[in-house]
Structure formats: structure tokens, C-alpha cells
Ligand binder design. Sequence first.
Ligand code: HEC
Length: 145
Amino acid sequence: MAEVFTKSMARNIYIGGSVFFLLLFLVLTFDTVNNEIPKRDNRENLTEQVVRGKLVWEENNCIGCHTLLGEGAYFAPELGNVYVRFGKSKEAIKGFIKGRPVEGIPGRRSMPQFNLTDEQLDDVAEFLKWTSEIDTNNWPPNIQG
Ligand code: HEC
């Protein structure tokens, strides 16, 4: 080993380190996209009904008030785990949506009536059930969302 730390040694550490971590980054990215996400994203349960439910979700702009797995607006509760919060009951979710709005409680925000058909209600509830079954590493950390 040389006594002095030369410019070329510094350069080799810089380039070698950069290449090493760039490769590590690429390997981990590849592993996440190809191995980890497919295991967690609940794609095996992605039925036609879930897809229809997502459409109901979009057409009625639920995200304009709610968050879903953290993304969205902060006016109303997180819905990524509402299925669990409602005792794993699609009926409870449907009943809730049907029974809105509840007005006249001071300080309480209210959710509008969407006049969804029974089929649309079932579809959107199925979508929320499916969402709750995505493996998010236990996020959100509590049942309230
Ligand atoms: C205009 C804003 C708004 C929109 C749009 C909206 N919501 Fe809500 N939602 C709320 C508010 C406010 C609450 C809480 C009100 C309450 O408890 O009465 C709520 C509560 C809920 C809850 C119960 C959550 C809980 O933990 O108690 C569900 C389920 C829900 N909404 C589903 C939906 C779905 C599905 C859509 C789209 C079809 C939707 N919401 C669109 C405002 C909205």
C-alpha cells in the first residue's frame, strides 16, 4: 500500500463506489418491481367487479374528499382500510353510503348522496374490500386510517 493517498486512488474510490451503488440500486429496483410488488399488490383478486368499482370511485370523484392509501384529499377519512374498520362488512359500507348525508350535527362534515344503484354500491364496496387486502406493510398504522 502506498504511503500517500494519491489523486488516482481518490478517483478510483469515487468511480468504483459510484458504479457499485448504481448497480446495487438497479438490482434492488429490479427486485422490487419484478418480485416484491407482484407479491403484494393483490393482483390475483383483481376481478371484473373490482375494476367496475374503481370506475364508480373515479366517476364520483371520491378522491376529491377522501384519501386512498394516503393519496387524495384530506377532507374526509382515509378509505384504504375502511373495510377493516367497518368490521370486514361490505354491507356496512353500502349502508353508510346509502344513508348519507347526515346533516345538522354541528362541526361534522357531511358526505353527499350519490344515488348509486345497488350494483354500483356493491362494486365500489368490493373495490374498497380489495384495496384493504393490498399488502401495504401495515400502513396506515392504525385502524382509524
Ligand atoms: C364531498 C366530499 C365527499 C365525497 C366526494 C365522498 N365522500 Fe365519503 N365521506 C365524506 C365525509 C365528510 C365523510 C365522514 C362523514 C360522516 O362520518 O358522516 C365520509 C365518509 C365515508 C365513509 C365512511 C368512512 C369512515 O371511516 O367512517 C365511506 C365508506 C365513504 N365516505 C365512501 C365514499 C365513496 C365510496 C365515495 C365516492 C362514491 C365518497 N365517499 C365520496 C365526504 C365525501
